[in-house]
Design a protein around this ligand. Structure first.
Ligand code: DP6
Length: 374
């Protein structure tokens, strides 16, 4: 008799970028960030977790099957599983035949745990798949092990253990991941003892005030061909990249000291409330540029954009000649996310689709829903 649960989770794109940590293991960000959730109908991860009784004398297995292939259980995934095993009080559930199963915490450890995860956007790999995949895994595991939040927004912490940006995929709409109320200097190696309640939560901005954006914003994802720079993205994963930036970039130091990320979040939230697309667009593009500027200021420098990404920026800039109608944003890769109002979608799409080096343009929109059981 096995127990299983399945969840789906969306990807999210940072408008104000998270880059740098003050605590590596707990994944406490150096600055707050703000993201937009993408509609799960177009892009999402789906993860099934199964607890299967182990045959007499056999060792319980721990397996991850990702997009149909056996994959490695990373130390981060292991830490989420360990946390669930520590926290669980046992589970009581119904199996496929409707029988009630009760397993206590120690019995759970003797079961094999099989994780099967897939993305519905296989063609566009490297497209923020860690944010959707790891939020999905953390959430569905907590549900399987019957671990609910012991304080509000604690799921943030579970997802964060997988990947920082994952915690923003728990919610729909616009999501702010707070750096935490704890001053940076208070975070010592003992910070595990610091009350988790005060640390690094993701919170959804009120959906009501954002209704206009749900109805009017269109999102175009330019899936860029890697060209001969095929290895760039894998060269410097974001976890390593942000660490080197923090260690070596003077510009990054200034960004943190002036708390520009928080300033940008406050401004952007204001523009969202005022429904001011041109200002929203300008700040979104400047934030993205600033991420890539601190990457260039990192020593040795980190390049995420490729020639096609730059051509897309140039084309967007040209389209914005008479006032901003489109914004771009690029994360730790070369794919480009474009934001425009529906009335300009065709114009933007036409201008971009003639550029060489773009494999596909996915037309999507804001997602109202974060992670959910299905
Ligand atoms: C550029 O969340 O992938 O996309 O916490 O080390 O797993 P880890 O990093 P990750 O970093 C994302 C960086 C970014 C900006 C953002 O999403 O805010």
């Amino acid at each position: 008799k096995s127990l299983s649960l399945t969840a789906t989770s969306p990807i999210n794109i940072a408008l104000v970028k998270y880059w740098g940590k003050v605590h590596e293991q707990l994944i406490i960000p150096a600055n707050s960030s703000l993201s937009i959730t993408i509609d799960q109908a177009d892009l999402c991860s789906k993860t099934k977790v199964e607890l299967i009784p182990t045959a007499e004398g056999a060792e319980p297995q721990l397996r991850l099957v990702l997009n149909g292939k056996e994959d490695k259980i990373t130390s981060r995934i292991r830490s989420i599983i360990e946390l669930m095993r520590e926290r669980t009080q046992g589970v009581r559930a119904h199996d496929d035949q409707g029988h009630t199963l009760t397993l206590d915490a120690s019995e759970l450890r003797t079961h094999s745990l099989i994780i099967t995860s897939e993305n519905n956007f296989a063609t566009a790999s490297g497209l923020a798949s860690s944010s959707s995949g790891l939020s999905c895994l953390a959430f569905v595991l907590s549900q399987l092990y019957g671990v609910s939040e012991s304080f509000p927004d604690e799921y943030t912490k579970f997802a964060r253990l997988g990947s920082g940006s994952a915690c923003r995929s728990l919610y729909g709409g616009f999501v702010q991941w707070h750096r935490g109320f704890q001053a940076i200097q208070e975070l010592t190696e003992d910070s595990a003892k610091v009350s988790d309640q005060s640390l690094a939560r993701a919170v959804e901005l009120s959906q009501e005030s954002m209704e206009w954006w749900y109805n009017n914003l269109s999102i175009l994802i330019c899936v860029v061909n890697p060209g001969d720079a095929q290895t760039y993205q894998k060269d410097v994963p974001s976890t390593d990249g942000m660490k080197i930036t923090l260690e070596t970039s003077e510009l990054m130091k200034l960004r943190l000291e002036a708390d520009l990320a928080q300033k940008h979040i406050d401004q952007l939230t204001g523009y969202l409330e005022e429904r001011d697309f041109p200002k929203f667009a300008e700040l979104t593009m400047k934030e993205s540029n600033q991420l890539h500027a601190v990457c260039l200021d990192t020593y040795p420098p980190i390049f995420y954009m490729n020639e096609t990404s730059r051509q897309i920026i140039k084309t967007a800039t040209k389209l914005n000649g008479q006032g901003n109608i489109v914004a771009y944003s690029i994360d730790a890769g070369f794919h480009v996310f474009l934001f425009t109002l529906k009335e300009n979608q065709v114009k933007v799409h036409e201008a971009m689709s003639v550029l060489p080096g773009i494999d596909q343009i996915i037309i999507t929109r804001i997602g109202r829903e974060g992670v959910k059981l299905i």
